[in-house]
Design a binder for this molecule. Sequence first.
Ligand code: ADP
Ligand code: ZN
Length: 608
Amino acid sequence: MRVQDALDILKSTFGYREFRHHQAEIVETLVNGRDALVLMPTGGGKSLCYQIPAMLRDGVGIVVSPLIALMQDQVEALGQLDIRAAFANSSMDVRAQRQVENALLAGDLDLLYIAPERLLKEHTLNLLSRSQLALFAIDEAHCVSQWGHDFRREYQQLSVLHQRFPGIPRIALTATADARTRKEIVTQLDLRDAAVFVNSFDRPNILYTINEGQNARDRLWRFIELEHVNDAGIIYCLSRKKVQAVAAWLSAKGRTALPYHAGLSDETRRLHLQRFLYEDGVIIVATIAFGMGIDKPDVRFVAHLNLPKSIEAYYQETGRAGRDGQPANAWMAYGLQDVILLRQMSQESDADEQHKRVTWSKLEALLGLCEQTSCRRQALLSYFGEQLDAPCGNCDNCLDPPETWDGTEAAQKVLSCVYRAGQRFGVNYIIDLLTGKPDERILRNRHDGLSTFGIGTGHTAAEWRSIFRQLVAQGYLVSDMVGHGTLRLTEKARPLLRGEHAMQMRRQRKPLKTKESKTVSFAALSGVDSQLFEKLRAHRSQLAHQRAIPPYIIFHDKTLHEMAQQRPRNENDLRAITGVGEKKLIEYGAGFLHIVEEFVTSLNVPES
Ligand code: ADP
Ligand code: ZN
């Protein structure tokens, strides 16, 4: 293969200047007829790895994908680039199916997307054996893993492709990082001779922020108001009730915020998803039921109003932000109640002991990440076995290092107070004790006579809650499942009480003040450029609306961003902009050039 051919397609069809990461090598591997296994994070650019070889090799590239909802979107996007693509799934009527089959047999397709259950049908396999095939791409390859959250039985039968079509190269792709899954993919799909490409799982464009937090909603609002006035985002909550409440609250504040959870009708969910994809600036408030298969590239923030279950879940959920590689925020607020609740859930479940231990240690790792005072990204990557040598400079702890203080004495006060009161009470009661509040229950229990009554007047109740949170998070205190959150000391508490250990605590961060925005986002456009950006965005919206396609299928934000800065004056200028290939130049070029010209002229007209 000539590398130049691949580069030509990259430029003229996709409008991109150069390959990223291992893309060039992967393309070359496939074009030369060898299998490949590709591990790359979300947004890394996996699709090009099989799309370009499918165009370079004779015949059609067959793409196996579990996400029927996405196929249409992708085929639409490919059509915009003049690539001949189709999909085959169960939602089609017989006539449409015939049409696709005929195109396949006639060699009129570059790419065909098929759901695994359909591919495995004898009818389909038979059709394929009568067609010329360029390659097989197995997307979301981690679905073969029984241990993963996306297990699909049919995926395990995909080794049949190798048996029936031994000469056709296969590429398996996934954004799941761990070693066990990787091994399973290799064995289940029979990929022993495949070239393996492992990318860093870092998502450098995502800024991680974890708030310890009272007033989570106020903080969230300030964050949205400050950094994401016009942006699309996802907000995760634990319960359906909270989802509804948060969506209503944001709507009252004037944002388009739509709820999404398993309790809503299919129709409502479909509609909300549709609006999220087709309109600019929609916020989805969701339980974790929302996410798998959301391929929207311009989600600018993902916020958590509750703790996710594990670091894996956190990485995956936050990973839905910034697929287009532009700056994005992962923002979380979590408090004492979250910690207590999750701790309880991990004890309570009726899973076997080993499973409980696993859940527990995953939670432990997540809490570690939350309470951590050094770089979050380093910790996150190290959890996935990757090492980042220097602090990242793009997380809250790097940008605004947390203050710590010696909390040993405060911790001792809490622990002895819990102990003296007989380990039968919850947080609020103990805080009342510490701060010497003689309420009814305390008087009834005669706890105003305890030596620890009122020894904690040096901190406010809010400060005590933060101290409790850190003690529970770090496992000095556990809250009991049966006793409605009554607190108990653990073994770990003893050396701390005896003064053999010291404990550093984080000081509560103050919420951001206006003007303190940290993200280098589109706001980084100078005032004039951002006016033009908004004009271009409005034009794109209009085009998308006319064609009933999502705006990002016309151009990504990144493309509009470059247009706003470079102000192209003719087709050649436009060609130099990322994401402008020949087909889109013809289809949309004139319209966007016109907007730019109009804008430039308006700038030059002196105001009277
Ligand atoms: P993944 O499937 O790995 O999540 P995609 O294939 O959807 O990622 O690519 C993510 C984004 O990056 C897309 O908008 C894609 O067009 C863009 N992209 C991919 N490769 C390149 C490249 N070489 N140069 C510029 N943009 C790219
Ligand atoms: Zn950092």
